[in-house]
Design a protein around this ligand. Sequence first.
Ligand SMILES: [Zn+2]
Length: 469
Amino acid sequence: MNIKFFNLFLALFLFIGSSFAQKQPKYIFFMIGDGMGLNQVQAAEVYKSSLEGKNSVYPTVFSQFPYATFATSHSLSHGVTDSGAGGTALAVGYKTKNGVIAMDSAGVKSYKSIAYLAKEKGMKVGITTSVSIDHATPASFFANQPDRDMYYEIGLDIIKSKFDFFAGSGFLKPTTNAKKEEVASIFPQLEKAGYKLLYGLDDYKKANKADKLILMNKKGTDNVSLKYAIDQKPGDLNLAEITSAAIESLSQGDKGFFLMVEGGKIDWACHSNDGATAVHEVWDFNNAVQKAFEFYQKHPEETLIIVTADHETGGIGVGNGSSTLRLKNLENQKISQEALSAAINEFRSKNENASWDQLKEFLGQHLGLWKAIKVSEDDNEDLHEAYKKSFIEHKNETSKSLYATNDKIASLAIKALNKASSISWASGSHSAAYIPVYAIGVGAEQFHQKMDNVDIPRTVSKVAGWQHP
Ligand SMILES: [Zn+2]
Protein backbone atom coordinates (compact mmCIF):
# COMPACT_ATOMS: atom_id res chain seq x y z
CA MET A 1 0.00 0.00 0.00
CA ASN A 2 1.46 3.36 -0.90
CA ILE A 3 1.63 6.13 1.62
CA LYS A 4 -1.21 8.09 0.05
CA PHE A 5 -3.64 5.19 0.40
CA PHE A 6 -2.39 4.48 3.90
CA ASN A 7 -3.18 8.08 4.90
CA LEU A 8 -6.63 7.82 3.37
CA PHE A 9 -7.34 4.60 5.28
CA LEU A 10 -6.02 6.16 8.47
CA ALA A 11 -8.25 9.21 8.03
CA LEU A 12 -11.29 7.00 7.33
CA PHE A 13 -10.52 4.84 10.35
CA LEU A 14 -10.17 7.88 12.62
CA PHE A 15 -13.37 9.41 11.22
CA ILE A 16 -15.42 6.26 11.86
CA GLY A 17 -13.81 5.87 15.28
CA SER A 18 -14.57 9.42 16.33
CA SER A 19 -18.17 9.28 15.16
CA PHE A 20 -18.68 6.19 17.32
CA ALA A 21 -16.95 7.79 20.29
CA GLN A 22 -18.93 11.04 20.04
CA LYS A 23 -22.33 10.20 21.46
CA GLN A 24 -25.10 12.61 20.62
CA PRO A 25 -28.05 13.39 22.86
CA LYS A 26 -31.42 12.05 21.72
CA TYR A 27 -33.29 14.09 24.33
CA ILE A 28 -32.37 17.74 24.93
CA PHE A 29 -33.79 19.93 27.68
CA PHE A 30 -33.05 23.65 27.39
CA MET A 31 -34.32 25.27 30.57
CA ILE A 32 -34.27 29.02 31.11
CA GLY A 33 -34.90 30.87 34.35
CA ASP A 34 -35.88 34.32 33.07
CA GLY A 35 -34.03 36.90 35.16
CA MET A 36 -32.27 34.15 37.13
CA GLY A 37 -28.78 35.41 37.83
CA LEU A 38 -26.35 33.62 40.13
CA ASN A 39 -27.63 35.60 43.12
CA GLN A 40 -31.27 34.60 42.53
CA VAL A 41 -30.14 30.97 42.80
CA GLN A 42 -28.01 31.81 45.83
CA ALA A 43 -30.90 33.61 47.56
CA ALA A 44 -33.21 30.62 46.95
CA GLU A 45 -30.63 28.15 48.27
CA VAL A 46 -29.70 30.21 51.34
CA TYR A 47 -33.38 30.78 52.11
CA LYS A 48 -34.23 27.09 52.03
CA SER A 49 -31.28 26.19 54.21
CA SER A 50 -32.26 28.93 56.68
CA LEU A 51 -35.64 27.23 57.10
CA GLU A 52 -33.73 24.27 58.52
CA GLY A 53 -31.85 26.63 60.81
CA LYS A 54 -28.64 26.15 58.86
CA ASN A 55 -26.05 28.72 57.85
CA SER A 56 -25.46 27.05 54.49
CA VAL A 57 -27.06 26.44 51.11
CA TYR A 58 -29.73 23.88 50.28
CA PRO A 59 -28.88 23.08 46.67
CA THR A 60 -31.30 23.18 43.77
CA VAL A 61 -31.26 20.11 41.50
CA PHE A 62 -29.35 22.00 38.85
CA SER A 63 -26.60 23.37 41.06
CA GLN A 64 -25.66 19.74 41.69
CA PHE A 65 -25.10 19.11 37.97
CA PRO A 66 -21.50 18.05 37.25
CA TYR A 67 -20.77 20.97 34.91
CA ALA A 68 -21.40 24.63 35.60
CA THR A 69 -20.09 27.88 34.23
CA PHE A 70 -21.25 31.43 33.69
CA ALA A 71 -21.93 33.62 30.68
CA THR A 72 -22.17 37.24 29.60
CA SER A 73 -25.52 38.44 28.26
CA HIS A 74 -25.01 41.86 26.59
CA SER A 75 -27.03 42.41 23.42
CA LEU A 76 -25.89 43.93 20.14
CA SER A 77 -27.40 47.29 21.07
CA HIS A 78 -26.99 47.48 24.85
CA GLY A 79 -24.78 46.42 27.74
CA VAL A 80 -27.95 45.23 29.45
CA THR A 81 -30.13 42.92 27.36
CA ASP A 82 -33.91 42.60 27.29
CA SER A 83 -35.65 39.25 27.00
CA GLY A 84 -36.02 39.66 23.21
CA ALA A 85 -32.32 39.91 22.47
CA GLY A 86 -31.51 37.60 25.39
CA GLY A 87 -33.92 34.92 24.22
CA THR A 88 -32.70 35.34 20.64
CA ALA A 89 -29.06 34.82 21.69
CA LEU A 90 -30.00 31.62 23.54
CA ALA A 91 -32.28 30.32 20.78
CA VAL A 92 -30.37 31.12 17.59
CA GLY A 93 -26.79 31.80 18.68
CA TYR A 94 -26.70 35.34 17.27
CA LYS A 95 -26.87 38.63 19.09
CA THR A 96 -29.41 41.22 18.02
CA LYS A 97 -30.68 44.55 19.29
CA ASN A 98 -33.01 44.74 22.28
CA GLY A 99 -36.65 44.04 21.46
CA VAL A 100 -36.09 41.83 18.40
CA ILE A 101 -37.20 38.18 18.16
CA ALA A 102 -34.79 35.87 16.25
CA MET A 103 -33.94 38.37 13.50
CA ASP A 104 -31.04 40.71 12.81
CA SER A 105 -31.09 44.22 14.28
CA ALA A 106 -32.68 45.66 11.14
CA GLY A 107 -35.51 43.14 11.40
CA VAL A 108 -34.77 41.90 7.87
CA LYS A 109 -32.92 38.61 8.16
CA SER A 110 -34.50 35.76 10.12
CA TYR A 111 -32.34 33.44 12.20
CA LYS A 112 -33.11 29.74 12.63
CA SER A 113 -33.33 28.58 16.25
CA ILE A 114 -31.88 25.33 17.54
CA ALA A 115 -35.48 24.15 18.01
CA TYR A 116 -35.82 24.25 14.19
CA LEU A 117 -32.51 22.37 13.84
CA ALA A 118 -33.91 19.67 16.14
CA LYS A 119 -37.14 19.53 14.12
CA GLU A 120 -35.20 19.11 10.87
CA LYS A 121 -33.55 16.02 12.38
CA GLY A 122 -36.96 14.50 13.05
CA MET A 123 -36.99 15.23 16.75
CA LYS A 124 -40.23 16.32 18.39
CA VAL A 125 -40.12 19.89 19.70
CA GLY A 126 -41.80 21.46 22.72
CA ILE A 127 -41.83 25.13 23.77
CA THR A 128 -43.16 25.84 27.26
CA THR A 129 -43.29 28.71 29.74
CA SER A 130 -44.99 29.98 32.88
CA VAL A 131 -45.98 33.19 31.08
CA SER A 132 -47.77 33.62 27.75
CA ILE A 133 -46.62 31.49 24.82
CA ASP A 134 -46.06 34.60 22.68
CA HIS A 135 -43.71 36.21 25.25
CA ALA A 136 -40.15 37.07 24.21
CA THR A 137 -38.24 34.06 25.53
CA PRO A 138 -40.44 31.26 24.16
CA ALA A 139 -41.08 33.32 21.00
CA SER A 140 -37.34 33.41 20.22
CA PHE A 141 -37.43 29.64 19.68
CA PHE A 142 -40.35 29.46 17.22
CA ALA A 143 -40.98 32.97 15.84
CA ASN A 144 -39.14 35.58 13.78
CA GLN A 145 -40.45 39.10 14.31
CA PRO A 146 -38.78 42.53 14.38
CA ASP A 147 -40.56 43.53 17.61
CA ARG A 148 -41.32 41.46 20.69
CA ASP A 149 -44.62 43.33 21.14
CA MET A 150 -46.03 41.87 17.90
CA TYR A 151 -47.84 39.23 19.94
CA TYR A 152 -50.43 38.35 17.31
CA GLU A 153 -47.83 37.82 14.59
CA ILE A 154 -45.64 35.85 17.01
CA GLY A 155 -48.60 33.62 17.90
CA LEU A 156 -49.25 32.88 14.24
CA ASP A 157 -45.60 31.84 13.76
CA ILE A 158 -46.53 28.66 15.64
CA ILE A 159 -48.09 27.48 12.37
CA LYS A 160 -44.89 27.76 10.34
CA SER A 161 -42.90 26.10 13.14
CA LYS A 162 -44.90 22.86 12.97
CA PHE A 163 -43.54 22.18 16.48
CA ASP A 164 -45.34 19.52 18.45
CA PHE A 165 -46.11 20.90 21.89
CA PHE A 166 -46.66 24.39 23.27
CA ALA A 167 -47.67 25.37 26.78
CA GLY A 168 -48.07 28.50 28.87
CA SER A 169 -50.82 30.71 30.23
CA GLY A 170 -52.23 31.56 26.80
CA PHE A 171 -51.82 34.35 24.24
CA LEU A 172 -51.70 38.10 24.92
CA LYS A 173 -53.20 39.47 21.68
CA PRO A 174 -55.00 36.64 19.88
CA THR A 175 -57.20 39.02 17.87
CA THR A 176 -55.22 42.29 17.61
CA ASN A 177 -52.37 42.68 15.15
CA ALA A 178 -49.29 44.91 15.37
CA LYS A 179 -51.20 47.77 13.71
CA LYS A 180 -53.74 47.54 16.56
CA GLU A 181 -56.42 46.34 14.12
CA GLU A 182 -58.98 43.74 15.19
CA VAL A 183 -58.33 40.75 12.95
CA ALA A 184 -59.21 37.06 12.67
CA SER A 185 -58.50 35.21 15.91
CA ILE A 186 -55.38 33.05 15.89
CA PHE A 187 -57.22 30.15 17.58
CA PRO A 188 -59.21 28.78 14.60
CA GLN A 189 -56.10 29.26 12.47
CA LEU A 190 -54.04 27.17 14.91
CA GLU A 191 -56.75 24.50 14.91
CA LYS A 192 -56.85 24.48 11.12
CA ALA A 193 -53.09 23.89 11.18
CA GLY A 194 -53.71 20.75 13.22
CA TYR A 195 -53.23 21.96 16.78
CA LYS A 196 -55.54 20.79 19.56
CA LEU A 197 -56.22 23.64 22.00
CA LEU A 198 -56.25 22.46 25.60
CA TYR A 199 -57.47 24.62 28.48
CA GLY A 200 -56.17 23.24 31.76
CA LEU A 201 -54.63 19.94 32.78
CA ASP A 202 -57.93 18.04 32.65
CA ASP A 203 -58.18 18.81 28.92
CA TYR A 204 -54.60 17.57 28.52
CA LYS A 205 -55.35 14.31 30.32
CA LYS A 206 -58.16 13.58 27.86
CA ALA A 207 -56.12 14.53 24.78
CA ASN A 208 -54.49 12.18 22.32
CA LYS A 209 -50.82 12.66 23.26
CA ALA A 210 -49.67 11.99 19.70
CA ASP A 211 -51.53 15.10 18.47
CA LYS A 212 -49.97 18.53 18.18
CA LEU A 213 -50.99 20.19 21.43
CA ILE A 214 -51.23 23.71 22.86
CA LEU A 215 -51.82 23.62 26.62
CA MET A 216 -53.03 26.81 28.31
CA ASN A 217 -54.64 28.05 31.52
CA LYS A 218 -58.29 27.15 32.01
CA LYS A 219 -60.68 29.27 29.93
CA GLY A 220 -61.73 32.48 31.66
CA THR A 221 -58.67 32.50 33.93
CA ASP A 222 -55.40 34.35 33.39
CA ASN A 223 -54.02 34.43 29.83
CA VAL A 224 -51.11 36.66 30.88
CA SER A 225 -49.21 34.24 33.11
CA LEU A 226 -49.51 31.29 35.47
CA LYS A 227 -50.01 32.36 39.08
CA TYR A 228 -46.90 33.09 41.09
CA ALA A 229 -45.84 29.92 42.90
CA ILE A 230 -46.30 31.67 46.25
CA ASP A 231 -49.97 32.38 45.33
CA GLN A 232 -50.81 29.05 43.70
CA LYS A 233 -53.62 26.89 45.04
CA PRO A 234 -54.22 23.21 44.24
CA GLY A 235 -55.70 22.98 40.76
CA ASP A 236 -53.74 25.95 39.37
CA LEU A 237 -51.61 24.94 36.39
CA ASN A 238 -47.89 24.95 37.30
CA LEU A 239 -44.60 24.67 35.43
CA ALA A 240 -43.69 21.21 36.73
CA GLU A 241 -47.03 19.84 35.45
CA ILE A 242 -46.42 21.50 32.11
CA THR A 243 -42.95 19.96 31.95
CA SER A 244 -44.30 16.47 32.75
CA ALA A 245 -47.02 16.85 30.12
CA ALA A 246 -44.45 17.98 27.56
CA ILE A 247 -42.16 15.03 28.32
CA GLU A 248 -45.05 12.59 28.02
CA SER A 249 -46.36 13.90 24.72
CA LEU A 250 -42.94 14.48 23.11
CA SER A 251 -41.93 10.92 24.04
CA GLN A 252 -44.44 9.70 21.40
CA GLY A 253 -41.83 10.05 18.68
CA ASP A 254 -38.92 7.64 18.12
CA LYS A 255 -36.27 10.18 17.17
CA GLY A 256 -36.07 11.96 20.51
CA PHE A 257 -37.05 15.49 21.41
CA PHE A 258 -35.96 19.04 22.15
CA LEU A 259 -37.84 20.73 24.99
CA MET A 260 -37.48 24.38 26.03
CA VAL A 261 -38.89 25.25 29.45
CA GLU A 262 -38.98 28.83 30.71
CA GLY A 263 -39.52 29.89 34.32
CA GLY A 264 -40.77 33.29 33.19
CA LYS A 265 -41.85 34.91 36.44
CA ILE A 266 -38.56 34.92 38.34
CA ASP A 267 -38.00 37.99 36.17
CA TRP A 268 -41.40 39.50 36.98
CA ALA A 269 -40.95 39.11 40.74
CA CYS A 270 -37.49 40.68 40.46
CA HIS A 271 -38.85 43.62 38.41
CA SER A 272 -41.11 44.27 41.44
CA ASN A 273 -38.16 43.74 43.86
CA ASP A 274 -40.25 41.09 45.59
CA GLY A 275 -37.62 38.82 47.18
CA ALA A 276 -39.80 36.12 48.73
CA THR A 277 -41.84 35.75 45.53
CA ALA A 278 -38.64 35.51 43.45
CA VAL A 279 -37.22 32.84 45.75
CA HIS A 280 -40.43 30.79 45.45
CA GLU A 281 -40.28 31.19 41.65
CA VAL A 282 -36.73 29.80 41.60
CA TRP A 283 -37.88 26.75 43.58
CA ASP A 284 -40.90 26.40 41.27
CA PHE A 285 -38.54 26.42 38.27
CA ASN A 286 -36.42 23.88 40.12
CA ASN A 287 -39.49 21.61 40.37
CA ALA A 288 -39.65 21.68 36.56
CA VAL A 289 -35.92 20.90 36.32
CA GLN A 290 -36.53 18.01 38.73
CA LYS A 291 -38.94 16.48 36.16
CA ALA A 292 -36.25 16.74 33.49
CA PHE A 293 -33.68 15.27 35.87
CA GLU A 294 -35.94 12.29 36.62
CA PHE A 295 -36.19 11.70 32.85
CA TYR A 296 -32.39 11.94 32.63
CA GLN A 297 -32.03 9.30 35.35
CA LYS A 298 -34.06 6.91 33.17
CA HIS A 299 -32.08 7.77 30.00
CA PRO A 300 -28.64 8.91 31.23
CA GLU A 301 -26.83 7.83 28.05
CA GLU A 302 -29.16 9.75 25.74
CA THR A 303 -30.13 12.94 27.58
CA LEU A 304 -28.62 16.42 27.85
CA ILE A 305 -30.03 19.03 30.24
CA ILE A 306 -28.92 22.67 30.09
CA VAL A 307 -30.18 25.10 32.73
CA THR A 308 -29.40 28.77 32.21
CA ALA A 309 -30.89 32.29 32.17
CA ASP A 310 -31.38 35.05 29.63
CA HIS A 311 -30.20 37.80 32.00
CA GLU A 312 -30.27 38.85 35.64
CA THR A 313 -33.07 41.10 36.91
CA GLY A 314 -32.98 43.68 39.69
CA GLY A 315 -29.33 43.42 40.68
CA ILE A 316 -30.35 41.39 43.72
CA GLY A 317 -27.81 41.19 46.52
CA VAL A 318 -27.68 38.63 49.32
CA GLY A 319 -26.36 40.37 52.43
CA ASN A 320 -27.06 44.05 53.02
CA GLY A 321 -24.92 45.21 55.92
CA SER A 322 -24.83 42.69 58.71
CA SER A 323 -22.69 39.55 58.43
CA THR A 324 -25.69 37.63 59.69
CA LEU A 325 -28.04 36.58 56.89
CA ARG A 326 -31.71 36.87 57.76
CA LEU A 327 -33.35 35.33 54.69
CA LYS A 328 -35.46 33.19 57.02
CA ASN A 329 -37.59 36.31 57.60
CA LEU A 330 -38.93 35.87 54.06
CA GLU A 331 -40.99 32.90 55.27
CA ASN A 332 -43.37 35.42 56.89
CA GLN A 333 -44.48 36.59 53.45
CA LYS A 334 -47.55 34.54 52.52
CA ILE A 335 -48.53 36.13 49.18
CA SER A 336 -46.85 38.00 46.32
CA GLN A 337 -46.63 41.77 46.21
CA GLU A 338 -49.22 41.67 43.43
CA ALA A 339 -51.67 39.67 45.59
CA LEU A 340 -50.89 41.85 48.59
CA SER A 341 -51.70 44.90 46.53
CA ALA A 342 -55.10 43.43 45.66
CA ALA A 343 -55.65 42.48 49.30
CA ILE A 344 -54.89 46.05 50.41
CA ASN A 345 -57.42 47.39 47.90
CA GLU A 346 -60.00 45.04 49.34
CA PHE A 347 -59.05 45.96 52.93
CA ARG A 348 -59.37 49.66 52.06
CA SER A 349 -62.78 49.22 50.46
CA LYS A 350 -64.03 47.59 53.66
CA ASN A 351 -62.14 49.86 56.10
CA GLU A 352 -62.05 53.27 54.46
CA ASN A 353 -60.95 55.01 57.64
CA ALA A 354 -58.85 52.23 59.16
CA SER A 355 -56.50 53.27 61.94
CA TRP A 356 -52.71 52.99 61.60
CA ASP A 357 -52.81 50.11 64.09
CA GLN A 358 -55.40 48.28 61.97
CA LEU A 359 -53.20 48.60 58.89
CA LYS A 360 -50.17 47.44 60.88
CA GLU A 361 -52.14 44.42 62.04
CA PHE A 362 -53.15 43.66 58.43
CA LEU A 363 -49.55 43.90 57.15
CA GLY A 364 -48.36 41.89 60.13
CA GLN A 365 -50.66 39.04 59.14
CA HIS A 366 -49.41 38.91 55.54
CA LEU A 367 -45.73 39.77 56.03
CA GLY A 368 -44.92 39.41 59.72
CA LEU A 369 -43.99 43.10 59.98
CA TRP A 370 -44.04 44.45 63.57
CA LYS A 371 -44.86 40.91 64.72
CA ALA A 372 -42.02 38.51 63.88
CA ILE A 373 -40.00 41.25 62.16
CA LYS A 374 -38.64 44.49 63.51
CA VAL A 375 -39.39 47.38 61.14
CA SER A 376 -36.67 50.03 60.88
CA GLU A 377 -37.50 53.62 61.82
CA ASP A 378 -37.13 54.80 58.22
CA ASP A 379 -39.42 52.11 56.84
CA ASN A 380 -41.93 52.72 59.61
CA GLU A 381 -41.99 56.40 58.70
CA ASP A 382 -42.39 55.73 54.95
CA LEU A 383 -45.24 53.31 55.60
CA HIS A 384 -46.93 55.72 57.99
CA GLU A 385 -46.73 58.51 55.38
CA ALA A 386 -48.31 56.22 52.77
CA TYR A 387 -50.97 55.22 55.30
CA LYS A 388 -51.88 58.90 55.89
CA LYS A 389 -52.12 59.62 52.15
CA SER A 390 -54.30 56.60 51.54
CA PHE A 391 -56.54 56.29 54.61
CA ILE A 392 -56.76 59.90 55.84
CA GLU A 393 -56.38 62.01 52.69
CA HIS A 394 -57.89 59.19 50.56
CA LYS A 395 -55.37 59.65 47.78
CA ASN A 396 -54.20 56.25 46.65
CA GLU A 397 -50.67 55.98 45.38
CA THR A 398 -49.30 53.27 43.18
CA SER A 399 -45.83 52.02 42.45
CA LYS A 400 -45.17 50.91 38.88
CA SER A 401 -42.81 48.16 37.78
CA LEU A 402 -42.48 46.59 34.32
CA TYR A 403 -45.21 43.97 34.74
CA ALA A 404 -47.28 45.36 37.60
CA THR A 405 -48.75 48.49 39.08
CA ASN A 406 -48.91 47.84 42.80
CA ASP A 407 -50.33 49.74 45.71
CA LYS A 408 -47.67 52.01 47.26
CA ILE A 409 -48.26 50.52 50.71
CA ALA A 410 -47.73 46.99 49.34
CA SER A 411 -44.45 47.88 47.66
CA LEU A 412 -43.16 49.78 50.72
CA ALA A 413 -44.08 46.90 53.02
CA ILE A 414 -42.32 44.36 50.76
CA LYS A 415 -39.32 46.69 50.63
CA ALA A 416 -39.20 46.76 54.44
CA LEU A 417 -39.40 42.96 54.60
CA ASN A 418 -36.62 42.56 52.00
CA LYS A 419 -34.38 44.93 53.95
CA ALA A 420 -35.03 42.98 57.15
CA SER A 421 -34.25 39.75 55.24
CA SER A 422 -30.73 40.73 54.04
CA ILE A 423 -31.95 41.22 50.45
CA SER A 424 -31.02 44.35 48.54
CA TRP A 425 -31.92 45.50 45.05
CA ALA A 426 -30.01 47.72 42.61
CA SER A 427 -33.02 48.56 40.42
CA GLY A 428 -36.31 47.41 38.98
CA SER A 429 -34.64 46.58 35.66
CA HIS A 430 -32.33 43.97 34.20
CA SER A 431 -28.60 44.01 34.90
CA ALA A 432 -25.43 42.88 33.13
CA ALA A 433 -24.56 40.39 35.88
CA TYR A 434 -23.22 37.03 34.74
CA ILE A 435 -25.82 34.37 34.06
CA PRO A 436 -25.29 30.81 35.28
CA VAL A 437 -25.03 27.76 33.00
CA TYR A 438 -25.48 24.24 34.41
CA ALA A 439 -25.24 21.01 32.40
CA ILE A 440 -25.63 17.28 32.88
CA GLY A 441 -25.66 14.35 30.46
CA VAL A 442 -24.40 13.68 26.96
CA GLY A 443 -22.05 16.50 25.91
CA ALA A 444 -22.37 18.34 29.25
CA GLU A 445 -18.59 18.48 29.57
CA GLN A 446 -18.57 21.03 26.72
CA PHE A 447 -20.13 23.58 29.09
CA HIS A 448 -17.13 24.34 31.24
CA GLN A 449 -15.36 27.57 30.39
CA LYS A 450 -16.60 31.12 30.61
CA MET A 451 -19.11 31.62 27.79
CA ASP A 452 -21.05 34.31 26.01
CA ASN A 453 -24.81 33.71 25.76
CA VAL A 454 -24.57 32.90 22.00
CA ASP A 455 -22.07 30.12 22.76
CA ILE A 456 -24.73 28.19 24.68
CA PRO A 457 -26.98 27.17 21.70
CA ARG A 458 -23.91 26.86 19.47
CA THR A 459 -22.49 24.33 21.91
CA VAL A 460 -25.82 22.48 21.95
CA SER A 461 -25.62 22.31 18.14
CA LYS A 462 -22.06 21.06 18.35
CA VAL A 463 -22.78 18.22 20.79
CA ALA A 464 -25.97 17.30 18.90
CA GLY A 465 -24.01 17.14 15.64
CA TRP A 466 -26.11 19.85 13.96
CA GLN A 467 -24.68 22.25 11.41
CA HIS A 468 -25.23 25.60 13.10
CA PRO A 469 -26.43 28.13 10.49
ZN1 LIG B 1 -37.55 41.24 32.45
